[in-house]
Design a binder for this molecule. Structure first.
Ligand code: ATP
Ligand code: BTN
Length: 317
């Protein structure tokens, strides 16, 4: 952490998007310009894009709106119980490591994740400052049985929150993605920790692309989208509020209460899709979900239900 402190302080100075000369920065830190260069190298490793202009100094390609707890609490209207983690391996892992000490609804948000993950060990590209990387701990009163529906409900809640903020036509893709214009905008990763009594413990992770540039093509190997400029602190406050309200509704009423919302937002409803299950490919027309959270597929005139973490849905147009 110590070695990160000065690069983080440098980001706070550069966040205004203006040019800052090497001399000015060296004076702030009490080090040489070569020392500043080392911090700049760290920023580039974190995925920050900045220009170094001869005679003028360093300047971010666009200003950064850093996460700020006071601003989030202001928008939330109370203590939002969110932790700001500038640099972390994975926000999901951070909460999983502390799960015994957390209250349901506690959340965290990071500027950069060095080991962000998706489903089944896949990687999530998470450069500094440009996107949303958020996790919330939730205690599932109904135990593990509720977990399948949870990912779908979180998708609906985040899609509607992003629609409200951006005015864009955000859609859901079974079981854990958000789409914009048929491209992946966001992913949801729900991880379960051990049971105590009748309860299950879930960490709900959400990554949303806002202003991502040049993602590593070894990691992002499918079409992707950005939401565009939004007030990230307002976004976090709205996500926390919407999740808390709707997770309580989900626990009280189950997935049935969200079926209409799913049908309204489903990116693939009535479209040809293929399901990838290991080596197998199953084709059909997507027909939404059932109240267990299974995907419904029309095949030769009959509707079949598919459920399970090993299934990946893809367009078949
Ligand atoms: P599935 O339908 O099984 O969920 P998926 O390919 O979307 O399939 P996930 O585990 O949900 O797989 O997500 C991880 C994948 O998301 C990665 O393999 C990569 O292709 C893609 N990805 C990684 N980072 C990003 C990002 N920031 N934005 C968009 N897509 C990303
Ligand atoms: C997916 O599409 O497979 C899910 C991607 C989930 C990424 C988010 S970013 C915040 C949280 N921390 C992680 O390590 N992953 C999730």
């Amino acid at each position: 952490m110590r070695s990160q402190q000065n690069p983080l302080k440098l980001i706070e100075i550069l966040a205004d998007g203006k040019s800052h000369s090497g001399e000015e920065l060296a004076a702030v830190f009490g080090i040489t310009r070569a020392g500043i260069n080392k911090y700049i190298k760290v920023l580039r490793e974190w995925g920050i894009t900045l220009n170094s202009i001869q005679g003028k100094g360093y300047c971010l390609t666009s200003p950064l709106d850093l996460f700020n707890k006071a601003k989030i609490d202001h928008y939330y209207g109370a203590d939002s119980d969110v932790e700001i983690l500038p640099i972390i391996d994975s926000t999901n892992q951070y909460l999983l490591d502390r799960i015994d000490t957390l209250q349901s609804g506690h959340s965290c948000v990071a500027e950069f994740q060095s080991k962000a993950r998706g489903r089944r060990g896949r990687k999530w590209f998470a450069p500094f400052g440009s996107n949303l990387y958020f996790s919330m701990y939730w205690r599932l009163e109904q135990g593990i049985a509720a977990a399948m529906g949870l990912s779908l409900v979180v998708g609906i809640v985040i899609a509607d929150t992003l629609r409200e903020l951006s005015g864009q036509n955000i859609k859901v893709k079974w079981p854990n993605d958000l789409y914009l214009n048929d491209q992946k905008l966001a992913g949801i990763l729900i991880e379960l920790a051990g049971k105590t009594g009748d309860y299950a413990h879930a960490v709900i992770g959400i990554g949303v692309n806002l202003n991502m540039t040049n993602p590593d093509t070894d990691i992002v190997n499918q079409a992707w989208a950005n939401l565009g400029q939004v007030d990230r602190n307002l976004l976090v406050a709205k996500v926390i509020k919407a999740l808390k309200v709707n997770l309580i509704k989900f626990e009280q009423q189950g997935l049935t209460a969200f079926m209409t919302d799913w049908n309204r937002l489903d990116n693939f409803i009535n479209r040809p899709v293929k399901l990838l299950i290991g080596e197998n490919i199953i084709r059909g027309i997507a027909k939404g979900i059932n109240d267990q959270g299974a995907l419904l597929l029309e095949q030769n005139g009959t509707i079949n239900a598919y459920i399970g973490g090993e299934i990946s849905l893809r367009s078949d147009e």
